[in-house]
Design a protein around this ligand. Structure first.
Ligand code: ZN
Length: 847
């Protein structure tokens, strides 16, 4: 035991892991549904596996009865606290029965059993099951389930296969976090899938009546995911039915409950009129992600929550592979890297940095982070690069064979790759335990026919961690001649020590293309001449690095414009024009290459370069760069947009989405010149939500005062479209108006803070969508955020804590802004009754 004061230190440590003394192998549940008085009767089959009392978890439960082997337990045979039920001196094997009462209607935390639009649903990851009944609520306790749902409702679902109306049996042992129950007035779209071993699986997507016309894309994505996992990983589905349910009130994206995935309706429902290309892509990715969890998460689960990346990093990697196959490698990879840098690099550079496998936490819900998910996925990708595609396949096959039905650790995962490939992964494991984004410094020398690259890795200190050891960094690279032809094709160099170098005998200095495909999650510190970057942009055989070269050129210019008032030079603008007008290149790629680094990306980079970022200046410089690009392209814009039109009916396929993305980029440039004329025309003829939102955003940027109203008239009855309406108005308000717009919208009759999608749209519309607005020098943005976090914390701590991360960059800014942000963080911390979730976040940010 630790010597911290017990009532204050609620920290849980990986090092303290111990298996339970008494485990549960089967759960029999009867749930009698009622909004305010649901009765849950449970019968647990318990078996002793070591010495000690059985401590069951339970929260917000009214205990009505406890029986052991049919006998009412006497009060001295158990003890009860707010969060536990302890069975004293339990025998070696027994049946434990409890009866509890809960009130789903009043559950606004959306954890456990709750109600959303009159429908009952559950969310048990990570620790929600304990709000349903007393149980060993931890992932290393795996049990089979029999569930009887009693209610007068047409649809009653749980995990596994239905044996009678409302009775479900799940034959696959699972931890509590994968339990689910749904009941209500729902409608399904049905389909089926035949597995490669010839079994028919019924597929259903359950939605509220009225939404059944928007399920086709989710179903199609599900079937493609099932086929892909069979083909690429040899993984076959294992029940006779797979249900997906869409709910409007959900804290996260979706949840992989065994055989009964529950989704935020935003990631299921799509029609051309209401969903954008980004929505379609997200639905495809998230449906795949949750389906892939059936093997990476459910059949093989996590021993404890410190191992979260075991299922999440791997499953994100798998969904990224799937999306690459479905949508094209380069554009998918660029999008994933943009997301990694925007969210994970930012996290890793600030007070919330933590290892992919953390060693301690207070509230596990605070660790569903970009580091665990996205950096976790990058580690799988590096492992695959290091052991090769065949070694990766062999390691995965061994993992599935060796650990099926078990609750595992990262050590178990890595041991499979060591056994399958013979490679020692001791050093690689540092990637899981050391936080912080490594910086790889690259310097080149050319002398007398010898080309030499010096490499150095530096891993920054992060909270609680200093003086880190070098890690193995797979650097994919190639060499081009100055004319752009490739002289050395892609090779992998493993940088394993702090410093290293590479030499080549060459007649002339080549152009280095390093970190191809973004082969490792690192920051390159490499000053490359513009001329070489232009060569890479035009000729590199690696499409990721072509894009990256363009990005480096743009970022350099924007940063110099911020620091030195530098102009946007003609060679760069010419290169951008060449890209824009290069009809041989993929439109999706051109759209990505023309997009400028985001305001937050620039703030991060400036901070890394020891410049205090000024949000207003960054905003202004980005606008100026767009204007310069627009002026340079002026004569081509209209024709270019025309030639990328997607006439006819909307098709969500990647090829058309790429054209729409390019066309939206061009429309933004046009708006810089015409004040919204082209955008107005585009808005009026749009026949799909992608084009409509693109034009809507441009009109808001241009200060149009009528479009918000008419948009609302058209879409006020559509909750998912109205989320976009709330977000866009805040994100596209002029910086000085943004807080005022956000504040006004919180008083709109359709603003409902208890709906996480609506709350997030508005709050993140400001904090993420409008950085200059959030960082208004008068401090009102900070005060606004803190007030709403405190408001939401009372009912939904998870979502409040998640959105508090907007403050995590606070130490980057000038003294005035720092003082104002710090004051708001302290105001939050000084509030009585704060949740464990939000207080942990604020304490970490203030350290
Ligand atoms: Zn997941």
């Amino acid at each position: 035991m630790r010597d911290a004061t017990p009532e204050q230190d609620q920290t849980i440590y990986l090092a303290d892991y111990a298996p339970v003394p008494v485990t549960v192998t089967h759960v029999d549940l009867q749930v009698r549904l009622d909004p305010l008085a649901t009765r849950v009767s449970s019968r647990l089959t318990c078996i002793r596996q070591g010495p000690g009392d059985m401590v069951l978890n339970g929260e917000l439960l009214k205990l009505r009865a406890v029986r052991l082997d049919g006998e009412e337990l006497s009060p001295d045979a158990y003890s009860l606290t707010d969060t536990t039920l302890t069975i004293l001196n339990a025998p070696d094997s027994f049946l434990l029965e409890t009866e509890v009462e809960i009130a789903p209607q009043t559950n606004k935390a959306l954890s456990g059993l709750y109600m959303s639009n009159g429908m009952y649903c559950t969310q048990c990851e990570a620790e929600g099951f304990r709000r349903i009944t007393y149980m060993l609520d931890r992932p290393d306790v795996m049990a089979t389930y029999d569930v009887q749902i009693d209610a007068d409702l047409p649809v009653m679902l749980s995990n596994g296969d239905e044996t009678a109306h409302g009775h479900w049996r799940d034959p696959w042992p699972k931890p509590t976090y994968l339990f689910a129950l749904v009941a209500g007035d729902l409608i399904a779209t049905h389909d089926s899938f035949t597995t490669m071993d010839g079994r028919d699986v019924a597929l259903n997507v359950w939605v509220r009546p009225g939404d059944e016309g928007r399920t086709a894309y989710a179903l199609d994505s599900l079937k493609r995911s099932m086929a892909w996992d069979e083909k690429v990983y040899g993984r076959v589905y294992d029940l006779s039915v797979f249900n997906i349910v869409a709910v409007d009130d959900f804290n996260m994206g979706a949840m992989e409950n065994k055989g009964l995935n529950i989704f935020n309706s935003k990631y299921v429902l799509a029609s051309p009129e209401t969903a954008t290309d980004a929505d379609f892509a997200n639905i495809e990715r998230i449906v795949a992600h949750e389906y892939f969890h059936n093997w990476t998460g459910n059949r093989i689960t996590c021993r404890d929550w410190f191992q979260l990346c075991l299922k999440e990093g791997l499953t994100v990697f798998r969904d990224q592979q799937f999306s690459q196959d479905a949508r094209g490698f380069a554009t998918q990879r660029i999008g994933d890297v943009l997301n990694l840098r925007a969210r994970q690099f930012r996290e890793d550079a600030g007070p919330l940095a933590h290892p992919v496998r953390p060693e301690s936490f207070v509230e596990i819900n605070n660790f569903y982070t970009a580091t665990i998910y996205e950096k976790g996925a990058e580690l799988i990708g590096m492992l695959r690069t290091l052991v090769g595609a065949e070694g990766y396949a062999a390691g995965c096959a061994l993992y599935f064979e060796r650990h099926d039905g078990q609750a595992c650790t990262i050590e178990d995962w890595l041991a499979c790759f060591e056994a399958a490939t013979g490679r020692d992964l001791t050093q690689f494991k540092l990637w899981y335990t050391q936080a912080g984004t490594p910086v790889v410094k690259v310097t080149e020398h050319f002398n007398d026919g010898t080309y030499r690259i010096d490499l150095e890795q530096v891993i920054p200190d992060t909270p609680g961690q200093a003086n880190k050891k070098p890690m193995p960094i797979p650097l994919a690279f190639g060499l081009l001649a100055q004319d752009g032809s490739e002289v050395v094709g892609t090779q992998i160099h493993e940088l394993t020590s702090e410093t290293d170098h590479l030499s080549f005998d060459l007649d002339a200095k080549p152009v280095l293309s390093i970190l191809r495909g973004f082969s490792a999650p690192v920051i390159l510190d490499f000053v490359q001449p513009d001329a070489e970057r232009l060569t890479l942009l035009a000729h590199d055989t690696d499409p990721f690095n072509r894009w990256e070269a363009g990005r480096a050129l743009a970022k350099d210019r924007l940063m110099r414009a911020v620091t030195d008032d530098a102009d946007f030079d003609a060679p760069w603008l010419d290169a951008m024009t060449t890209l824009a007008t290069d009809t041989d290149a993929d439109p999706a790629f051109r759209a990505l290459a023309l997009a400028l680094p985001s305001e937050d990306d620039l703030a991060q980079s400036l901070h890394n370069a020891d410049v205090v970022p000024d949000p207003d200046r960054i905003y202004a410089v980005r606008r100026a760069a767009q204007l310069a690009m627009a002026e340079h392209l002026r004569d081509d814009l209209s024709d270019l947009r025309e030639s990328n039109a997607t006439p006819g009916s909307y098709d969500p396929k990647a090829e058309d989405a790429g054209k729409r993305a390019l066309s939206a980029t061009l429309l933004r440039l046009q708006t810089m010149l015409d004040g919204g004329k082209a955008a107005r025309a585009a808005y009026d003829v749009a026949n799909n939500m992608t084009d409509r939102m693109a034009a809507f955003a441009c009109l808001l940027d241009a200060g149009d005062e009528t479009v918000a109203h008419s948009f609302e008239q058209d879409w006020q009855d559509d909750r998912l479209v109205m989320d976009k309406w709330f977000m866009a108005q805040v994100a596209h308000a002029a910086p000085r108006d943004a807080v005022g717009v956000a504040d006004r919208l919180t008083r709109h009759r359709d603003f409902d803070a208890s709906n996480p999608n609506r709350f997030r749209s508005l709050i993140a519309g400001l904090t993420g969508g409008n950085p200059a607005g959030f960082h208004n020098p008068d401090g009102t943005g900070y005060e606004f955020l803190a007030s709403w976090l405190l408001h939401l914390d009372k009912s939904n701590p998870q979502t409040s804590a998640r959105l508090s991360t907007a403050f995590d960059g606070w130490t980057r800014y000038d003294a005035d802004r720092q003082a104002m942000m710090k004051a708001q963080l302290e105001r939050i911390l000084g509030t009585t009754g704060l949740s464990r979730d939000l207080s942990e976040m604020v304490i970490r940010m203030l350290k």
